[in-house]
Design a protein around this ligand. Structure first.
Ligand code: A3P
Length: 289
């Protein structure tokens, strides 16, 4: 527990080190998220957007490399700068809350893209992930009720969820040219629009000619859940800590929580959403609510 946030034990020291020491370059791009909000998708999209003149879609490194190996976590203890293959601009990702980002990130002209997701889907995704992590067949099952209660009380990796999201939400309102706040649900609804929005925000807008050639559609297809899930590297490969890449591709839908949360859980979550986000005008589209 550090300055109001829960941090995974193995990331504790490196997170504090990143908070104190990470020096941002003016053209760095930092992709931030609470775990299970669409980080993998965002990494694939931004990598494809900024590198689109280097690689044709048929030649994209994404076909062979998991997005987490292309865009390293800035607070990861195993982060090795030399491993960053394509460094103009540098791409990083982080689960650190805005409140803990280094001063250098906050004061530089580097850009931040935050992806958020409605907490019900994020929670269910996180529950599944935790049940499988770290691929130990003998791991104890994770009790849904207990996990839910802790989540609501903010006790989970990178939590409290509410403070994590609000930190970036408020910062994005204050500095819209520095921080772009995305919602998973909006990307699902209109990926083409959001790819263009991302490209423009990052300073890599699509030319009319590119749009005519269908480059936006190529990127959206390449990074789609159905495509990425089936790349051999994502089906059979492994990321650090022995995590199967396949764990990052489960269902990729909006509203799967309906299959798992009880009515009283939904009620508790709705209350929390109103209590925490209501006054900040932050809402998530929840189907059938
Ligand atoms: P589900 O568990 O609901 O399927 P993260 O990348 O932050 O770890 O989040 C993982 C969630 O994003 C999982 O959600 C996963 O299936 C989904 N996801 C991964 N790649 C995706 C893609 N290309 N498009 C849409 N969703 C994707």
């Amino acid at each position: 527990y550090h300055q109001g946030f829960w941090i995974a034990e193995f990331l504790f020291r490196s997170t504090i080190s990143a908070q104190r020491n990470f020096v941002a370059h003016e053209d760095d791009i930092i992709l931030a998220s609470c775990p299970k909000s669409g980080t993998t998708w965002l990494k694939a999209l931004v990598f494809s957007i900024v590198n689109r003149t280097r690689f044709a879609p048929t030649d994209s490194p994404l076909l062979k490399v998991n997005p987490h190996d292309l865009v390293p976590f800035l607070e990861s203890p195993s982060r090795i700068f030399e491993k960053i293959v394509f460094d103009q601009p540098r791409l990083f990702s982080t689960h650190m809350p805005h409140q803990l980002l280094s001063l250098s990130i906050k004061t530089s002209d580097s850009k931040i893209v935050y992806i958020s997701r409605n907490p019900m889907d994020q929670f269910i995704s996180y529950w599944f992930y935790t049940c499988k992590f770290p691929n130990d067949p003998n791991a104890e099952p994770v009790d849904l009720e207990d996990f839910f209660d802790k989540f609501c009380r903010g006790i989970h990796n990178s939590g409290p969820f509410w403070d994590h999201v609000l930190g970036y939400w408020k910062a994005s309102l204050e500095r819209p040219h520095k921080i772009l706040f995305l919602k998973y649900e909006e990307l699902k609804k209109d990926i083409g629009f959001n790819i263009k929005r991302l490209a423009k925000f990052l300073g890599f807008p699509f030319s009319e000619e590119e749009e005519r050639r269908g480059v936006v559609e190529e990127i959206s297809t390449l990074c789609s859940f159905e495509k990425m899930k089936n790349f051999d590297v994502n089906k059979n490969g492994h990321w650090t800590l022995g995590i199967s890449n396949s764990l990052f591709f489960r269902k990729g839908e909006v509203g799967d929580w309906k299959n798992f949360l009880t009515p009283s859980m939904v009620e508790r979550m709705e209350k929390l959403l109103q209590e925490k986000f209501g006054e900040h005008n932050l809402t998530f589209e929840l189907p059938d609510l």
